[in-house]
Design a protein around this ligand. Sequence first.
Ligand code: GTP
Ligand code: MG
Length: 191
Amino acid sequence: LFAGETEFVKGVVAMDGLPPADRLEVCFAGRSNVGKSTLINALTGTKALARASNTPGRTQEINFFTAGDDHYLVDLPGYGYANAPLAVVEKWQRLLKQYLSGRQTLRRAFVLVDARHGIKKVDDEIMSLLDSSAVAFQVVLTKADKVKEVEREKVIDQVRGALAKHPAAYPEIVVTSSEKGWGIPTLRAII
Ligand code: GTP
Ligand code: MG
């Protein structure tokens, strides 16, 4: 499915720049720095196809990748704090919301949540947007290598509680570490 066939298609800065809605897509949403771009690289077995960095606000466009012939993987800018000028941040936040609520071929949104932090208010707001747009979403915990098991279980409980209030949420939570490769085969199978 993924090996050797993933390519960057384009970076989009406005809704009218989106590629034709001619195939299904899944997207990766989440707070800045949660590990969206890194997860796409792990899933596709590439090192730097999606550009990642330690600076929140690295991804500032909606980046489309092909994964096989028949669907797109979509790397989104983060929400919440970003290390970029406010006007720029506001512009891409608006685009992000338009995309999440108005893309016909968006089959599933993965909402990435840091395994150390759990669901924050901004995550909850994005999830409500997905509910009202009838976009099915699934939570992926990231950076699981950075927490001890007890801590992780606490976060999973918190996430489970929060998801109960969101009709568009899948109940299954996928625990991942792009660093260690944990959960990557599971997520590939889901996609
Ligand atoms: P924005 O584009 O700014 O919204 O960030 P992003 O969500 O795309 O995060 P990105 O993939 O750029 O990763 C942010 C930082 O987290 C980088 O320094 C990554 O190396 C690190 N990181 C990502 N995933 C993991 C992981 O599973 N484990 C660990 N330890 N670090 C990770
Ligand atoms: Mg990114």
